[in-house]
Design a binder for this molecule. Structure first.
Ligand code: PLP
Length: 447
């Protein structure tokens, strides 16, 4: 079965949506283009479960693409939000919740000073501007396969090879905007050394996902982030660790809690989003005080936002972070470990070659891979055609997975034994469907 039947409410809403919005969606991956079929329009969520507009229930493994750390409609988050809404929704002035959230972030992360924004894209865009303003340099370094939002200068990706000057891949991004973006293979120290040897005195910053989650989950090799931090410092560039996805998810601080805190290094700047908004649009960038104080109104680098630090979004974020105690992270990590084991067993039983990779409780499956995937080229080599039937079989069994093989699966602290049982019931059939899948390129060759 692919998608929902043609008389379903989702089908009808999708037809109406396509009439009034490009592709019927407000963010492209939601459109199910990679897996086929009709996107499911959700009406409500509670804990680990989503309910669609037809009343079908699914265990949710997308978690709104990461934010729903505690599950949907957590009663205490809702109570805090309802209370805040009763006092008004936006003032365009400073307000207490944003101070409380900033204090919470400063208390958990290597950030001394933080500026709130409304999306992860805004956070990375602003961090790049700040780094350029602080250093007086123009070039930026990013890694192929890392996603930092739809910032013009960060949409560039490398082909294979070492130091490559990025070319715009999206119409609408002028070549001069990416001319200063250097794109390198992830996890490749030699490529980083070569880029800094050639351009070191012109590089404003290097930005990386703390652990890549946007080409599937590709963790940094041991010591890689520390190496990046040290390289940047040596060349007078800033190291920006993008923790929009990993922040407050893989530990109470983020991925830095796994490799930075124990090893004793700090990024100059970090970006956050997703979990820190508790399901509302809130994000942030922060870091060294001397760098952050280059921002207006203290310094000359301009950055602003009508809804930045919005009292409802910051209230939801604060409640989420305060509720995410050690027990919640332990539940989350345990559910993720159980799920990875279940998926691995089902795929192995069905004879589907695969590698499952994780960064803390975030994980994904690389279909057809036989060795660990360490970079974008490896991620792209996977057999995505096996994912399509797997995805639809799981959907029919009442499990909502990311509609793309290149995304992390997200569990929440609300994924209990009932939710895991539902997933376990769906897995053998879905694994068989993945095993039976035919490479469309081979089929075309045979025809
Ligand atoms: N950075 C990372 C690592 C992300 O995963 C994302 C979104 O998925 C972003 C930045 C952009 O965040 P947003 O979608 O809130 O603009």
């Amino acid at each position: 079965m692919e998608g929902v039947n043609s008389n379903s409410a989702s089908e009808q809403l999708f037809a109406r949506a396509r009439n009034v919005s490009p592709g019927g969606v407000n963010s492209p991956v939601r459109a199910f283009r990679a897996v086929g079929g009709t996107p499911i329009f959700m009406r409500s969520g509670a804990g680990a479960w989503l309910t669609d507009t037809d009343g079908n229930r699914y265990v949710d493994l997308v978690g709104s693409w990461g934010p729903m750390l505690l599950g949907h409609a957590h009663p205490e988050v809702l109570a805090a939000v309802t209370d805040a809404v009763g006092r008004g929704t936006s003032f365009g002035t400073p307000s207490e919740p944003e101070v409380l959230l900033a204090e919470e972030i400063v208390g958990r992360t290597p950030v001394e000073s933080v500026r709130m924004v409304s999306s992860g894209t805004e956070a990375t865009m602003s961090a790049i501007r700040l780094a350029r303003g602080f250093t007086g340099r123009d070039k930026i370094v990013k890694f192929a396969g890392c996603y930092h939002g739809h910032v013009d200068a960060l949409l560039a990706e490398a082909g294979s090879g070492v130091v490559t000057l990025g070319l715009p891949e999206t119409p609408g991004v002028p070549a001069h905007v990416t001319a200063d973006t250097i794109v390198l293979p992830f996890n490749d120290r030699a490529a980083v050394d070569a880029a800094f040897a050639e351009h070191g005195d012109q590089i404003a910053c290097l930005i990386t996902e703390a652990a890549a989650g946007n080409m599937g989950v590709v963790p940094p090799r041991s010591g890689f982030n520390a190496f990046l931090a040290e390289t940047c410092t040596r060349h007078g560039a800033l190291f920006i660790s993008d923790e929009v996805m990993t922040g407050f998810r893989v530990t109470r601080s983020g991925h830095w809690g796994l490799d930075g805190e124990p090893e004793g290094w700090r990024p100059d700047l970090l970006t956050f989003g997703k979990v820190m908004g508790g399901g509302f649009p809130a994000a942030a960038f922060g870091g060294r005080r001397d760098v952050m104080e280059m921002l207006a109104p203290v310094g000359p680098v301009y950055q602003a936002g009508t809804l930045s630090g919005n009292p409802i979004a910051t209230t939801a974020g604060l409640a989420t972070l305060q509720l995410a105690d050690a027990a919640a992270y332990a539940r989350l990590d345990d559910a993720s470990a159980q799920l990875q084991a279940m998926v691995g067993e089902a795929l192995a039983d069905a004879g589907v070659p695969h590698v499952i990779q994780n960064a803390g409780n975030m994980f994904s499956v690389f279909w057809g891979a036989e060795t660990p995937v360490t970079n974008f080229a490896g991620a792209q080599a996977q057999q995505t055609w096996r994912y399509r039937p797997f995805f639809h079989a799981m959907l029919a069994a009442g499990v909502y997975l990311p509609p793309s093989a290149f995304e992390s699966w997200f569990v929440s602290a609300a994924h209990d034994s009932e939710a895991l049982s539902r997933i376990a019931e769906g897995l053998p059939g879905a694994a068989q469907a993945a095993a039976r899948a035919v490479n469309p390129e081979r089929r075309t060759e045979a025809e």
